[in-house]
Design a protein. Structure first.
Length: 521
């Protein structure tokens, strides 16, 4: 089969006249949803943006999507950072969305995104809000855009805040959340619907579970057999007439609920494990109860708070055979012992390696490392290093783009030949071979632009990081300790690891440490 001459000439003319690669000719589509609503679905957004592109002098470069709340920072999404990486590498200069709030529902985040677009000369088109699309910009357009974003931010905030405040106030006042059916052992009567009363037959089961668990589980009988949780479950089923069989799942739920001691968590996100603290003086674990509050809408406790604490310690302490390293601390997963090359952990107030060749006071070590980093920041070592890497990657990206241009043009010429002679197997095989080469090259470009984008973001954050670090006085350890998460996130964004090449004992001075750190590539 041969294509009509007119069609062949039309394709040839299009191939020869169209610029193969010019970022201003390319556009990206971004879609985001956070709720399951048909008119906000990812598919609907993409379809509408594609419809808009028809007839426009723009080529679709790629589609980026996220299924995440617009209140979450854009750096925590999956799709949007990829879009930014390709913007930094100059792959396209237009971004198309259905509406402005698809970018973000946080005004501060939105302004950051706008500034990135502006700095990289990227045009943004909101197809359902053309009056505020970024074309011809003026102060009034920016004002309207920011005002609309503030309004779209405010309403979800307002609703969520009212719900959160209501729940939070209720908890702080000791009011246990009212549900249709209460926890096992409690019920809500028609006479007093705003409080929970004790259901005596189930309360007896709860008492038995706690007493048997604390006093019998783990003990041995005269024959040397150990009493286990499965034995507790059997004893409960044999001793009580229950509507449904008592199971291991029932046991797990009951044993961890402070409600049976007429208490509840003030902050529901707080976990049981976080309440278990090591007492260094007594060399034992204890339950920290400052996140517990007595419930005012529950008709008395079923067990004592002391019995509940004993049960919790018995349940969790066997898993904690040594003092816990904090969940978040300075230089977590970054410090390396220069002798054994093992990572250091913070145990109590000292950084230790597993082999015991390094043991050093936390505050002194942090001061020594921060002093080194601050000094290097002042000498612009990081900026010089990053700028060199960014420059090198920029050249690689440009080289790959030029190579892609040549291969794409070559592929189109082969396509023209194939259209003229569709039965030619050699041309068809050659066409498929070139297609595979282009796919591989695009993957290489994807990897390079991703690294390039990450380094660009770090580079843009350096003035902020430097300002924060230089403000830290060497003796202001309290400030560092109170802002561990901020500094940990900030430093781990550009430091791969810190090698302490001269491990010393805990009696040595901090300035004897030789600090070598490796920046992330």
């Amino acid at each position: 089969m041969k294509y009509p001459e007119r069609k062949i000439n039309q394709i040839k003319e299009e191939i020869e006249s169209k610029e193969v690669y010019n970022p201003y000719k390319y556009a990206a589509i971004y879609a985001r949803r956070s709720i399951l609503s048909e008119n906000l679905s990812i598919e609907t957004q993409i379809r509408e943006c594609k419809e808009y592109l028809k007839g426009k002098d723009l080529i679709l470069y790629d589609i980026y999507e996220d299924k995440i709340s617009g209140k979450r920072p854009f750096t925590e999404r999956d799709g949007f950072p990829k879009l930014l990486n390709h913007i930094y590498s100059g792959m396209f200069k237009t971004v198309i969305l259905t509406r402005m709030d698809r970018l973000s529902r946080d005004i501060d985040d939105f302004i950051k995104i706008k500034n990135i677009f502006k700095k990289n000369n990227v045009k943004v088109i909101y197809i359902k809000e053309p009056e505020i699309s970024s074309g011809k910009r003026n102060y009034m357009t920016s004002f309207i855009e920011n005002m609309l974003m503030t309004i779209s931010t405010f309403e979800p905030d307002n609703i969520n805040e009212r719900i959160k405040v209501g729940k939070s106030n209720a908890r702080k006042n000791g009011r246990y959340p009212l549900r249709k059916s209460g926890a096992f052992g409690f019920y809500r009567s028609k006479e007093e619907p705003n409080k929970y009363s004790i259901k005596q037959n189930e309360a007896d089961v709860v008492k038995a579970v706690f007493n048997i668990y604390v006093n019998k589980v783990g003990t041995k009988d005269d024959n040397g057999s150990t009493y286990k949780i499965i034995d507790l479950i059997d004893e409960i089923n044999n001793s009580f007439l229950l509507e449904t069989k008592f199971t291991r799942s029932n046991f797990n739920i009951i044993i961890e609920k402070p409600i049976y001691a007429q208490n509840m968590m003030i902050d529901p996100k707080y976990t049981i494990e976080e309440m278990i603290i090591w007492d260094d003086k007594k060399q034992e674990y204890f339950i920290k109860t400052d996140n517990l509050i007595k419930c005012v809408n529950i008709d008395g406790p079923i067990i004592t708070l002391e019995l509940w604490k004993k049960a919790i310690l018995k349940r969790f302490v066997p898993k904690l055979n040594k003092p816990k390293s904090p969940d978040n601390y300075m230089f977590k997963n970054i410090l390396v012992c220069g002798k054994c090359r093992k990572k250091l952990k913070l145990i109590e107030n000292n950084y230790l390696c597993n082999k015991g060749c390094f043991n050093f006071n936390k505050d002194d070590l942090i001061k020594a490392i921060l002093s080194k980093i601050i000094k290097d920041f002042e000498n612009y070592l990081f900026e010089n290093h990053l700028n060199k890497e960014i420059s090198k990657l920029s050249k690689t990206v440009e080289s790959n783009k030029n190579n892609l241009n040549k291969k794409t043009l070559e592929l189109r010429k082969i396509l023209y030949k194939f259209i003229s002679d569709p039965s030619n197997k050699k041309i068809k095989d050659y066409y498929n071979e070139k297609k595979i080469e282009i796919i591989k090259l695009k993957k290489e470009i994807e990897t390079t632009t991703s690294i390039h984008g990450q380094l660009k973001r770090i580079s843009e954050d350096i003035p902020f990081i430097k300002e924060r670090l230089i403000k830290i006085l060497e003796d202001d350890q309290t400030f560092v300790n109170n802002n561990v998460l901020v500094f940990q996130d900030m430093l781990s964004s550009f430091i791969g690891k810190v090698v302490l090449t001269n491990p010393i004992n805990e009696n040595s001075k901090s300035n004897e440490i030789e600090v070598h750190y490796i920046t992330k590539q």
